[in-house]
Write a protein that binds this ligand. Structure first.
Ligand code: NDP
Ligand code: GDR
Length: 377
């Protein structure tokens, strides 16, 4: 006799049993949203080294957006690989459910985001959708598949949650006061992660990461904008560097150190939230001075606010100009993190210091920019 419709199992209602959870977790399979970004590429490398199968979500683009992954990508037709990319988007719930159901990850790292603070003022709704609701969609995709007791979840939270200075150094206990649509969207992402941990017993953690940079940093973030300009000015390809607020202070570390901390957060007995930071803060102005110093320039300043200029002490040539265009409607003036909890419980410590970070970024940009000239000749 044909089954009555009510005998047909309802889709998406099966949860893994405790025994199935044990079996499920014997594998090491990571899924990374935002794999094409700075952190995603370093994290993918780290997890492959650790023997994981690594899956990443990439957005369809009319041009290649996988340049940071070039060294990892292997054509499946050539040889078997532990690295696989799936088209997807944090705004598309069905697609996320489909990816989770197929990949069956043991660890999910939610790094995907519209991550530019200034752009978030111009694309506030989209930023809220991707950075806030996108986190919810990914968490719900895990639950929809019945995997919530088997999957460990990392949320890329941020020091932008602290925003307006309430206290320093900023720790896991410091109250949040975001100052941009990006910060507000990430606040939703933070709390929905905590909520799903408490409501459904998920192993879900927030990494509250302070700024971290590298030669792979996007070129519109201030550090990379500076180091690329220093290289290009040195090579005669650019006249001057135009910046906004030179007096904002940031706690800058190296992205390679920070992805190690993300992984450590998912290897503990209990899920918790952690700050990753260096415990030092530096103004943008100092990043400029130190970057130029790597190639032998000494920057002196004259004027103040919009119109302020930085010139080379030896030649008098103006190399830096302050431009109103790069100021934000509301600014985060000072970030300084306290990484004590991560150091104590995760055994995490940043390895790369500020001066080494600046030097590495300038030298890599000099190499990359010089190669471009050679290739054009
Ligand atoms: P990037 O901007 O370099 O990378 C962002 C990634 O998100 C890219 O892979 C991008 O894809 C992807 N992405 C953007 N929109 C969507 C979408 N709608 N759906 C799916 N993926 C999307 O950021 P970082 O690597 O620097 O940062 C990683 C995460 O950590 C972000 O969430 C960021 O907000 C957060 N964070 C970063 C800090 C830092 O200092 N770097 C500090 C604290 C938090 P595409 O390449 O196609 O654009
Ligand atoms: P941030 O990084 O906003 O801290 O967010 P960004 O490098 O964009 O700005 C840092 C500080 O530099 C000042 N600034 C400029 N910034 C940019 N981008 N361009 C300029 O020309 C310029 N001139 C001065 C800014 O006003 C700001 O004070 C980054 C992102 O990676 C987020 O996703 C992440 O969450 C936080 O770090 C922690």
């Amino acid at each position: 006799m044909a089954s009555e419709p009510h005998d047909v199992p309802a889709p998406f209602t099966t949860k893994l049993s405790p025994e199935q959870v044990v079996e499920y977790r014997k594998r090491k399979v990571a899924l990374i949203s935002g794999i094409t970004g700075q952190d995603g590429s370093y994290l993918a490398e780290l997890l492959l080294e650790k023997g994981y199968d690594v899956h990443g979500i990439i957005r369809r683009s009319s041009s290649f957006n996988t340049s940071r992954l070039n060294d990892l990508y292997v054509d499946l037709h050539e040889r078997p690989t532990h690295f696989k990319l799936h088209y997807g988007d944090l705004t598309d719930s069905t697609n996320l459910v489909y990816i989770i159901a197929n990949v069956r990850p043991t660890e999910v790292y939610n790094l995907g985001a519209q991550s530019h603070v200034k752009v978030s003022f111009e694309m506030a709704e989209y930023t809220g959708d991707v950075d806030g609701l996108g986190t919810l969609r990914l968490l719900d995709a895990i639950r929809t598949c019945g995997f919530e007791k088997a999957v460990r979840f990392y949320q890329a939270s941020t020091s932008e949650l602290y925003g307006k200075v309430v206290e320093t150094p900023q720790s896991e206990k410091t109250p949040f006061y975001p100052r941009s649509p990006y910060g507000v969207a990430k606040l939703y992402g933070f709390w929905i992660t905590v909520n799903y941990r408490e409501a459904y017993g998920m192993y879900a953690c927030n990494g509250i990461l302070f700024n971290h940079e590298s030669p792979r940093r996007g070129r519109t973030f201030v550090t990379r904008k500076i180091t690329r300009a220093v290289a290009d000015i040195h090579l005669g390809k650019q006249h001057a560097l135009y910046l906004g607020n030179l007096d904002a202070k940031r706690d800058w570390g190296h992205a390679k150190d920070y992805v190690e901390g993300m992984w450590l957060m998912l290897q503990q007995d209990q899920p918790e939230d952690f700050v990753l930071a260096t415990g030092e803060t530096h103004p943008v102005r100092e990043f400029v001075e130190k970057s130029f110093a790597v190639l032998g320039y000494t920057i002196k300043w004259r004027g103040s606010g919009v119109g302020e200029e930085g010139y080379d002490e030896k030649t008098g040539r103006v190399l830096v100009k302050v431009d109103e265009k790069y100021f934000r409607p509301a600014e985060v003036e000072l970030l300084l993190g306290d990484p004590a909890k991560a150091e104590r419980l995760l055994g995490w410590k940043r390895k790369v210091d500020f001066d080494s970070l600046v030097k590495e970024m300038v030298n890599e940009d000099l190499k990359a920019s010089s190669n471009l000239i050679e290739n054009q000749n």
